[in-house]
Design a binder for this molecule. Structure first.
Ligand code: NDP
Length: 333
């Protein structure tokens, strides 16, 4: 039985990841570390987590912990992941992996050197919808992909209107929160890397301290595909979607950029339109299942540390382009 330690008494942990780890037949959440002991204890009680630690150092010193899930605010991911790796723990880390590309690469290299598994919790590549779109593209169902469109503007719910909208030092802003997921979804489904991006941001009433709460832009992939994206915290009535248009057909993913196992995929090509059958599965449970298998030496995490590093590189380039008003290249390989 794999023993997980949860670093950060977070909302995502409470709503999705602690239940997802608990749903595995081969794993349990054994402990949580919070910087606030009282809040950590309440969190542990509510989620039936046996042990609470007052610090990450204490949790990492627990020899029974095999793997950690890090979901603190973004500025903590890098130091906490490096400490976990140094303690010999496998690390499943939230996105963005770090605040700098150098930081993310250091994390990936440290995990490889220590021989521990490192993954990034990019949930969307666990969605049956995104996986089916990747499968259809790779089997040639739409011919050569030419363009993609990502609709990922949402309304940030009141209980999450904290550091995301007013703390640049914590990696706030919609780009590090949502665009980073778009980059991963596009890389995953298209099977290609982003070469350059151009973007514009806006502050539409939610973002403070100079943080953007909306962004639109275009990513150009190495093989020529252009992908348009719209991410926002400020669109209460928008629905999400993901389309890929190819020489022989188009894929329409509706309600697919979401945490919940919902959404549809339709293919339209000569001869008509077809709704693709899907078997939905909890995205986070699949993420943990793949990670646990990787620990046992059976396959890879759904999204690796390298994937997290690459999605961060794209997000940072989007931010750079919005700041400079010029296209930004993705930092080299
Ligand atoms: P939260 O704001 O809920 O939690 C982040 C940290 O804030 C916690 O680790 C906790 O620190 C502290 N905290 C929590 N509640 C309080 C409180 N009431 N008062 C003061 N501090 C508090 O963040 P999210 O869960 O929204 O996001 C956490 C991470 O997960 C981020 O990196 C985010 O990008 C990522 N995320 C990923 C998603 C995905 O689908 N992959 C979805 C949502 C978020 P401590 O434990 O030390 O007390």
């Amino acid at each position: 039985m794999l023993q997980w330690g949860v670093i950060g008494a977070s909302t995502i942990g409470r709503e999705w990841m602690v239940p997802a780890i608990g749903a595995q037949p081969d794993a349990r959440v054994a402990a949580v570390a919070s910087s606030d002991s009282e809040r950590g204890r309440r969190y542990a009680d509510a989620l039936s987590i046996p042990r609470t630690y007052p610090s990450v150092t204490d949790l990492l010193a627990d020899p029974t912990i095999d793997a950690v899930y890090i979901s603190t605010t973004n500025e903590w991911h890098e130091p906490q992941a490096l400490a976990a790796v140094a303690a010999g723990k496998h690390v499943l880390c939230e996105k963005p992996l770090a605040l700098s590309l150098e930081g993310a690469r250091t994390m990936v290299a440290a995990a490889a050197a220590a021989g521990v598994v490192m993954g990034t919790n990019h949930h969307l590549r666990n969605a049956s919808t995104d996986r089916k779109m990747r499968e259809l593209i790779q089997s040639g169902a739409i011919g050569r992909p030419l363009a993609a469109r990502v609709f990922h503007a949402v309304h940030l719910p009141p209980h999450l209107q904290g550091w995301r909208i007013d703390r640049p030092d914590a990696g706030g802003g919609v780009i590090l929160d949502i665009t980073v997921h778009d980059a991963d979804t596009l890389r995953f489904t298209l099977g290609d890397e982003v070469a350059e991006v151009t973007a514009m941001t806006a502050s539409q009433g939610m973002g403070r301290a100079g943080l953007e709460d909306a962004v639109m832009g275009v990513m150009r992939f190495r093989d020529g595909v252009i992908a348009q994206f719209h991410d926002a915290f400020t669109a209460p009535h928008a629905s999400t979607g993901f389309e890929v248009h190819g020489t022989e057909g188009s894929l329409y993913g509706r309600d697919v950029m979401t945490q919940r196992p919902i959404g549809t995929v339709t293919i339209r090509r000569e001869g008509g339109e077809e709704l693709i059958p899907l078997e939905h599965e909890n995205l986070y449970e699949r993420s943990v299942r793949c990670f646990n298998a990787a620990i046992r030496g059976e396959g890879e995490p759904a999204a690796s540390g390298e994937d997290g590093s690459r999605s961060l590189a794209v997000a940072l380039a989007v931010r750079e382009s919005a700041l400079t008003g010029r296209a930004a290249q993705i930092a080299g390989d």
